[in-house]
Design a protein around this ligand. Structure first.
Ligand SMILES: NC(=O)c1ccc[n+]([C@@H]2O[C@H](COP(=O)([O-])OP(=O)(O)OC[C@H]3O[C@@H](n4cnc5c(N)ncnc54)[C@H](O)[C@@H]3O)[C@@H](O)[C@H]2O)c1
Length: 450
């Protein structure tokens, strides 16, 4: 029988998106969120983070009664045929995955679930975690089928990625449970154009593959995919460092290298490196879980340290060019870890702003969406302003740290007009050195000395 009622545990980037979309595919969906502040915002028909198209989808589903936000497992789980776990899996101080929320959610579900429920793990977990949760369910005498359904959405295009996907992966030892979850995604696919219309997001199918695997393979697919993308970025940035020394332009290099279909251009963008709530912790979690299996993933350790070096490397480049940063007014444009999201977790823009401030600069920052989120991570003397003009007015140096459209819409000439100094440090490698020079600016890219 088709599942009717679904509970989604955790209303973060993944959980809220998943819940809101499924609520438009003829399911009754509870979304359980223990954080009262977040829950209160969701109940008003909005998301507590910025994600294009999500608010109207939440609002309509709330009005229709198909999406029910709650903080209660007791209210939601007993009625549900399927429970999606989308709780956070942050990193521990040693880099390993913190699975506290994952196990707490599974244990609480086991207390309330009816017999035969399918428990779907969407949180990113180290390979082998599912087997441990199956053991936990069996210890608690809970009759629950467990499957892994790793999430591949990207913040900023979360709705599009879920509706128009490359692949949906579901792994588990019970084929019937795996198929039931694949069926839910096939149902969602029937509604995707309609939902995209509500959200006003682009449409257009991609791979649309449905892939069934074993439990352990599904878990490993997720972390491998993210590790490989992180590896590509770090590889490109290591070549950027060489290009800086060898008088080459890494953007030209990557454009031509990426034109080879076997390689592909995606994730060869160079500059401030990766951040966010996924890549950094997924890479460190993979390194740590591989070590537990006696495997030393040196290649990922290299990718991780290269990435961690990028903010400092970029500030060093600036110091090489302008000397001491003491008393320089520096505008940092972009605090979210990438464009399209207000997420500032492990954001290189925040790291760069803090290093500049520690080096004595007067730092003023601007971000179109992430002011509130960034505030706790920025050093106390860093000043946030509400417009690009307010940030760059009278600045000695402007640093571009996030590729937001409204920031890139600013031409080199616009910067030159407002700034007091003339240094444009392009940490996302999006500006043209010739345009900058024509506008009277000194252009510093990453790996673009030519
Ligand atoms: N954010 C992404 O782009 C993305 C993409 C793919 C996969 N993932 C993975 O998905 C998972 C969730 O990521 P996120 O970014 O949505 O995290 P998040 O931190 O934004 O959201 C997690 C939510 O779970 C809630 N929560 C914690 N304990 C709970 C419990 N016991 N029961 C119910 N809710 C609970 C938290 O309050 C929080 O709101 C992580 O494992 C992450 O690695 C994230």
């Amino acid at each position: 029988m088709q599942p009717q009622t679904i509970t989604v545990l955790g209303a973060g980037y993944v959980g809220l998106t998943t819940a809101a979309l499924l609520a438009h595919a003829n399911y009754k969906v509870y979304v359980v969120e223990p954080n009262q502040e977040r829950l209160d915002v969701i109940k008003t028909g909005k998301s507590f983070f910025y994600e294009q198209g999500l608010d109207p989808v939440i609002k309509l589903a709330l009005e229709a009664g198909s999406l029910i936000p709650t903080d209660s497992y007791k209210e939601s789980v007993p009625e549900s045929d399927v429970v999606f776990s989308c709780v956070g899996t942050p990193d521990n101080p040693d880099g390993s995955s913190n699975l506290t929320y994952v196990f707490a959610a599974a244990e609480e579900t086991a207390k309330h679930a009816k017999k035969g429920v399918i428990y779907v793990q969407k949180s990113t977990v180290p390979v082998g975690t599912g087997k441990q949760i199956e053991a936990l369910f069996s210890k608690l005498n809970a009759s629950i089928d467990y499957v892994s359904n790793p999430e591949f959405l990207r913040e900023g295009t979360a709705l599009y990625d879920t509706l128009f996907f490359d692949r949906v992966v579901v792994g588990g030892d019970n084929r019937k449970a795996v198929d039931a979850i694949l069926d839910i995604y096939m149902d969602l696919e029937q509604f995707r154009d309609h939902i995209a219309h509500i959200a006003r997001i682009p449409t257009g199918s991609r791979g649309d593959q449905y892939i069934a695997t074993t439990l352990n393979s599904a878990e490993l697919i997720k972390v491998t995919a993210n590790a490989f993308l992180a590896l590509k970025i770090s590889f490109a940035n290591s070549i950027a460092k060489l290009a800086d020394k060898a008088d080459a332009d890494v953007v030209e290099v990557m454009d031509a290298v990426g034109a080879d279909n076997r390689i592909g251009r995606a994730f060869l963008d160079t500059g401030r490196g990766y951040g966010g709530g996924c890549f950094p912790k997924d890479v460190s979690g993979l390194i740590s879980s591989a070590l537990e299996h006696g495997v030393d993933l040196e290649i990922m350790q290299a990718a991780q340290s290269l990435n961690q070096s990028m903010p400092g490397y970029i500030v060093d480049k600036l110091q090489d060019a302008v000397g001491s940063l003491a008393d320089k007014k520096i505008a940092v444009l972009g605090l979210s870890f990438k464009a399209g999201t207000s997420d500032v977790r492990k954001s290189p823009g925040v790291a760069i702003a803090n290093i500049l401030q520690q080096n004595g600069a007067t730092v003023v920052t601007y971000d179109p969406q992430a002011h509130e989120e960034a505030a706790p991570d920025l050093l106390p003397d860093i000043h946030q302003v509400n417009s690009i003009e307010a940030a760059i007015d009278g600045a000695d140096v402007t640093v571009i740290t996030t590729e937001w459209e409204d920031i890139l819409a600013y031409s080199a000439r616009d910067f030159a007009r407002h700034m007091q100094g003339s240094v444009l440090l392009d940490a996302v490698n999006k500006y043209d050195a010739k345009d900058a020079s024509a506008a009277g600016l000194q252009y510093i890219g990453v790996g673009r000395s030519a």
